[in-house]
Design a protein around this ligand. Structure first.
Ligand code: ARG
Ligand code: ZN
Length: 871
């Protein structure tokens, strides 16, 4: 059934308090819940009943009583699939339910399930109804007064739930228990409990008001040595939120648990975060620099949710971006402050363009606040998260950092302890600043990526910028466009960054008093999630080359080099590179590569990296992935040859600088490794003659064998994995060494699968099919599944015109959907944009989608995605 945003209605009654008891036994867990029910003042309708959610096949109802009396079906309650309706409960009634679960059979990883040596829960969005009968919606905030866990002491020595532990002890038969309480009211999606045999590290943090908080991070014992970076990141997050937003942690204990089987990245359960191991475990031998960055970002993200999500939560799931967009923005700002702002911005925009833009152009396109859903889990999207974060960033750009802070303060003053909407957030921002944001609110209603075209002219000391917007909104959007002007002759910035308020469909902006011709730098820092294009349809390459060399805005400097790359790649695709464009690219590339003044190695590296395949695909009407891949390769190869000497020089110099140096994960060291690996990537493109193949494979093999940590090791293996001919032996040897070195490490093995799934080899699909039968492969673990199958969908071989790649994915999805629909529906995303591809491919993709749609049974999750795709 499809649920609509405009159908929201408060509940007739609310559960204000709950006590729970979990009796954990092998293949039989008994959950007893006591719900205190009160009439809901916000309710305006006529019903007197309280509907409770519960998945009847998962939670077997054993008994049901109210105020100590058994209830009769029909008279006192009705039980339909998914709904238990309690008829006319009196104010203050205590409803007691006893249900039975089998967490061991829960492969959907929603509700209570077993992973490795532990039981854990995942309740967002609608997992709590797989644990007990309850009003499983975020506007029901209740005090979880007592949560008691009881289990075998030897197998499950650690028993955790939200809040603070108030009691624990031993019981007969080798069992024990622990009772927890959470003083803060919360919706059911923030509930969590964990029982397992876990190791941990401990630390403390003293908050700005002087309260001491215990911090614990748990994992399986063999991973405890990989938890330190997460702990460090947690303390940094706590400090940052105090400094930037004046927000302090509110409990005496903060627990984090790492689990191997998890559908998403992590979960912000009150006082008890659960993390996918991929986003919490990190040490230099098993994690890449990007993994470290992700750990820091996700630890921050979940911590920041404590205020933006938990203390103030969402009224209904359509408001998801209220907490996710805002919290992603907060984690982006945090990471930028911890490392480099410009690098972080580049990475975030790369991700937005590579993922969200495509989503917004395809059948899953939706506003950051969606209008309807069948399965809410399908709407934890790049749009809600990443475009949502861009919308929050625009508030800050429009209102200034101080104005944004004022708005946040007012938001918490008004709404702490409640469940609210995106309109409430907007109102707080507007009221705190005396600003009119009514037009800005259209961002919450508008799907698709807006396009802004610009036309620029200079005359007699006046620069005129004409901006025209086009979007799916009938009325114009309010778009902040940050602009700066550089003097063409001197290269100096004559107008520093200024925010233009584009509020009309077409609007003219004038800058006068200029001394001479200027080069405009438009959309600095990527001030809005739009596509910016020149009105002439053609980019001024001379201006781009100028900006690539001189722009004072780090983001736009990078952007200019990317645009030059883009022109050149499309030329290569459509008939051949022109010498003029190649000249600009070559000049920029050479200058960047040989820049020895800057220690901003990451900035240099990103300026040398070409736009991703996905970003390029987003720019054309009909996508031929093979042609784009070839064109991109041709540009890369040509640059590699023309700069063979400089690349090798830079590579050797970075190698020398690293030798003997202590291994560090700071911006400079990360940047150095990043740049060296980019050089390696280019050097390995020189791979025509047998002699060249030998040379390339030797460099990569040496890189592999002398790797200082996983970053270099994975980069080298990535290069080797695509080698055939003279490099084939080195490739196979490295793959074997990597596998053996992994010694079963779950996350390292995922990399081993991914690198092979992404290899640029003609027989990539056959290799992937073989790997699917590998003893270490399983569809039951989402990370493992993604590491092979999803990774392969990013390989150009997936798009082989025979359609074999599409058929392979469909077969996997058929199997996967019976286990874990959240993951099958996610991965089906690789097939739904069939209209974007040339006809031959598109029709094969569509046919595979149709086969999925015809599948019986099919999960609601997958059904929603494939039917949107077929519409
Ligand atoms: N709230 C979590 C986070 O972003 C994500 C949980 C999503 N879970 C899901 N089943 N869709 O931090
Ligand atoms: Zn989140």
């Amino acid at each position: 059934v499809e649920i609509f945003r405009t159908d929201y209605e408060p509940l007739p009654h609310a559960v204000t308090k709950i006590n729970m008891d979990f009796n954990l036994n092998d293949r039989k867990t008994i959950v007893t819940s006591e719900l205190t029910i009160q009439p809901n003042k916000l309710y305006k309708g006529n019903s007197k009943d309280l509907p409770l959610d519960g998945e009847e096949k998962i939670v077997k109802l054993l008994s049901l009583s109210m105020n100590g009396k058994d209830l009769k079906e029909g008279d006192d309650f009705t039980l339909a699939p998914g709904k238990l309706v309690i008829k006319n409960p009196p104010a203050g009634a205590v409803l007691k339910t006893v249900v039975e679960l089998v967490p061991e059979d829960n492969f959907k990883l929603s509700g209570l399930y077993k992973t490795g040596p532990m039981y854990c829960t995942q309740c967002e969005a609608m997992g709590f109804r797989r644990i007990t009968y309850y009003p499983d919606r975020p506007d029901n905030m209740a005090i979880f007064e007592k949560v008691r866990l009881e289990a075998d002491k030897k197998a499950y020595p650690v028993l955790l739930a939200n809040g603070n532990m108030i009691d624990n002890g031993d019981l007969d038969g080798g069992r024990h228990y622990a009772t927890w309480t959470d003083p803060f009211p919360k919706p059911s999606y923030l509930f969590c409990c964990v029982a397992g045999d876990l190791g941990k590290i401990h630390d403390t943090y003293t908050t700005m008001s002087g309260r001491k908080v215990d911090l614990q991070v748990f994992s399986e014992s063999h991973n405890v040595h990989k938890l330190d970076y997460a702990m460090e990141s947690l303390k940094n997050s706590m400090k940052w939120d105090e400094d930037r937003f004046g927000l302090e942690y509110d409990l005496d204990l903060y627990n984090i648990v790492a689990v191997d089987s998890f559908n998403m990245g992590a979960m912000e359960n009150k006082g008890l975060n659960v993390f996918n191991t991929a986003y919490v475990l990190a040490d230099k031998d098993t994690a890449t620099d990007s993994d470290f960055e992700r750990v820091e970002g996700v630890i921050g993200h979940e911590y920041f949710h404590n205020w933006t999500g938990n203390r103030v939560t969402c009224r209904d799931w359509f408001q998801l971006t209220l907490k996710e967009g805002l919290t992603v923005f907060r984690d982006q700002e945090f990471s930028g402050d911890m490392n480099s702002k410009a690098v972080k911005r580049i990475e975030d925009v790369r991700a937005l363009r590579g993922g969200q833009f495509a989503e917004d152009a395809g059948p899953m396109s939706h506003p950051i606040r969606p209008n309807s859903y069948i399965s809410m889990d399908n709407f934890y999207t790049a749009t809600v998260y990443n475009k949502g974060a861009e919308v929050i960033r625009m508030y800050q750009t429009l209102l200034s950092v101080e104005g944004f802070r004022k708005g946040m303060d007012l938001y918490f003053e008004r709404h702490d302890g409640s469940a609210v909407t995106c309109d409430d957030f907007l109102a707080a921002m507007a009221d705190a600043n005396g600003a009119d944001l009514s037009q800005f609110s259209l961002w919450y209603f508008t799907n698709g990526t807006p396009v802004v075209t610009y036309d620029a002219k200079y005359e007699n000391g006046t620069f005129t910028l004409l901006l025209t917007q086009k979007s799916k909104s009938d009325k114009p959007l309010h778009i902040p466009i940050s602009v700066g002007l550089l003097d063409k002759a001197s290269g100096e910035e004559v107008v520093p960054t200024k925010v233009l308020n584009l509020k009309e469909m077409t609007q003219e902006f004038k800058f006068d008093g200029l001394k001479g011709e200027v080069v405009p730098s438009i959309l600095r820092e990527f001030s809005a999630p739009i596509k910016l294009i020149s009105a002439s349809g053609k980019e001024d390459e001379e201006a781009l080359a100028y900006l690539a060399a001189r722009d004072t805005d780090g983001f736009n400097k990078w952007e200019a080099s990317q645009k030059l790359f883009t022109s050149l790649i499309f030329q290569a695709k459509d008939g051949g590179m022109t010498e003029k464009t190649y000249g600009y690219v070559k000049e920029a590339f050479g200058r960047t590569l040989t820049n020895k003044e800057s220690k901003d190695y990451s900035i240099i590296a990103y300026a040398l990296i070409m736009p991703t395949q996905n970003t390029l695909a987003e720019l054309v009407d009909v996508v031929d992935p093979v042609a784009i891949h070839k064109a991109r390769g041709a540009v890369k190869k040509r640059l590699a040859r023309d700069f063979a000497t400089e690349l090798k020089e830079r590579y050797d110099e970075l190698t020398a600088a690293m030798e003997g140096a202590e291994f560090k994960v700071d911006s400079e060291s990360i940047g150095r490794r990043r740049l060296r690996n980019v050089c390696l990537g280019y050097l390995c493109e020189i791979y025509e003659t047998p002699e060249e193949q030998k040379v390339a494979s030797e460099i990569a093999m040496a890189h592999f064998k002398n790797a200082s940590g996983m970053t270099d090791k994975a980069a080298a293996l990535g290069a080797l994995a695509s080698m055939d001919g003279e490099g084939a032996t080195a490739r196979d040897e490295a793959l074997e060494i990597f596998y053996n070195d992994a010694a079963g490490d779950f996350l390292v093995l995922n990399k081993w699968f991914t690198i092979q799934a992404m290899a640029d080899l003609p027989d990539a699909l056959d290799r992937v099919k073989k790997l699917k039968e590998h003893p270490d492969f399983t569809l039951k673990n989402p990370n493992r599944c993604r590491s092979l199958v999803r990774a392969f969908t990013a390989n150009v071989a997936f798009h082989d015109e025979s359609g074999a790649g599409y058929a392979f994915l469909r077969e996997v999805l058929e199997e996967l959907d019976t286990l874990n629909p959240q993951i099958s529906s996610r991965m089906a995303g690789a097939l739904i944009s069939w209209k974007k591809y040339n006809e031959k491919r598109g029709l094969v993709m569509k046919a595979e989608l149709q086969k999925l749609a015809d599948m019986k049974p099919i999960s609601a999750d997958l059904f929603e995605i494939v039917s949107r795709g077929l519409k």
